[in-house]
Design a protein around this ligand. Structure first.
Ligand SMILES: C[S@@+](CC[C@H](N)C(=O)[O-])C[C@H]1O[C@@H](n2cnc3c(N)ncnc32)[C@H](O)[C@@H]1O
Length: 348
């Protein structure tokens, strides 16, 4: 919430810095708890003492005690009258259940491992304008990204796509679906599960991610129906083939100069009456928007991914991209979660 200027004091500004600094430490505290197995152990055995946890996980008990006390102070843990610890409500799902749609361990890790490392390089990058793009950052990075977008993938496959009018029927009748920027294939696997009669094709330009995606497809034994292809959409697909085109956290990753071409190729690959579903982040277009709650998350992504070379699209750019690609029908726009934009439009 924005404070009116005349309510601001030096003390209130100082308090905000301390609050953000506590947030920084708390994210590291959570990350440590996940990596050491503390959150999982507490989810499995609520009301454990630090001694119990240390014994179970082979950790130094006084350090675990400090971790628990700090987490209690930050309201991540609750305690019983004997001073034993348990996770506060819902943190078993959010911090200890990696397959639950609300799990945020991956997003925390993206901050402590990827963003923290990138931020340390920014002084130099601001002087030289250098970037370190998504592609080629390696397997650990690709996995961290896939983990951080897990919840969004589940929501897309189980809710957003099935709710689009007539789409589920088309896909159940043996239609085809294209995922642009399929990365390590988590969403592609979910889509294949949600629409078991549909042919599912993923396209990406990151070979490391595609290698992981292909392993998942092979080990599920669905390579006859599901494929992860490398290259541009035009090279990897045929025109008028797909009943749905899906992009989750991809549009803002595509270099702005090639975005019109990618969306045009995607529109060309769609059948008439097919749906394009884009789940992405919308950069605020005005000063007023920059302070609105639904834009805080994309605003921060714009900063966090600056060094990746990413430029988040504004609402105006998103709409122009669709229009210029011939997707001139109504565009459904909603905001979900912390500030993800869902755009859905049908090919005329
Ligand atoms: C943030 S990841 C999202 C991956 C996946 N959709 C997920 O939710 O886990 C963005 C993906 O878009 C891919 N990408 C970027 N530009 C692309 C392009 N021009 N064509 C296809 N994929 C692209 C990246 O390589 C990366 O795998």
């Amino acid at each position: 919430m924005t404070q009116a200027n005349n309510d601001i004091t030096a003390d209130s500004q100082v308090a905000r810095i301390f609050e953000w600094r506590r947030g920084f430490n708390t994210i590291h505290l959570i990350d440590l708890g996940i990596k050491l197995g503390l959150t999982k152990a507490l989810a499995e055995a609520p009301n454990s003492s630090a001694q119990d946890l240390a014994g179970k996980l082979g950790l130094h008990a006084p350090y675990v005690e400090t971790w628990c006390r700090t987490a209690y102070g930050m309201e991540i843990l609750d305690a019983d009258e004997l001073g034993r610890w348990r996770l506060a409500p819902y943190f078993d799902l959010i911090l200890a259940s990696p397959t639950h749609p609300r799990y945020l361990g991956g997003y925390v890790r993206l901050g402590t491992e990827v963003a923290a490392d990138d931020f340390n390089r920014l002084v130099e990058a601001f002087r030289a304008g250098t970037t370190k793009p998504f592609q080629g950052r390696g397997e650990g990075f690709a996995q961290a990204i896939a983990e951080s977008t897990w919840g969004l993938q589940v929501v897309t496959a189980k809710k957003l796509l099935p709710e689009l009018p007539e789409l589920a029927a088309r896909l159940q009748a043996g239609g085809a679906l294209l995922e642009i920027g399929c990365g390590t294939g988590n969403l592609l696997m979910q889509l294949a599960k949600s629409f078991p009669a549909a042919r599912c094709v993923g396209v990406d330009i990151d070979l490391e991610s595609l290698r992981i995606a292909r392993e998942k497809i092979q080990s599920a034994g669905i390579e006859g129906r599901v494929e992860a292809r490398h290259g541009t959409i035009a090279a990897a697909t045929q025109p008028s083939t797909f009943d749905a085109v899906v992009m989750v956290e991809v549009l803002h990753e595509i270099a702005p100069q090639i975005r019109p071409q990618v969306i045009q190729e995607a529109a060309a690959a769609m059948k008439s009456g097919g749906w394009m579903l884009i789940v992405d982040e919308t950069y605020p277009s005005t000063l007023e928007d920059m302070r609105r709650p639904e834009f805080k998350f994309p605003l921060m992504t714009g900063f966090e991914e600056l060094f990746w070379g990413n430029v988040l699209p504004t609402r105006e750019e998103q709409e122009k991209l669709l229009r210029d690609a011939g997707l001139t029908g109504a565009v459904q726009r909603t905001v979900i979660g912390e500030g993800f934009t869902v755009l859905a439009t049908r090919k005329p």
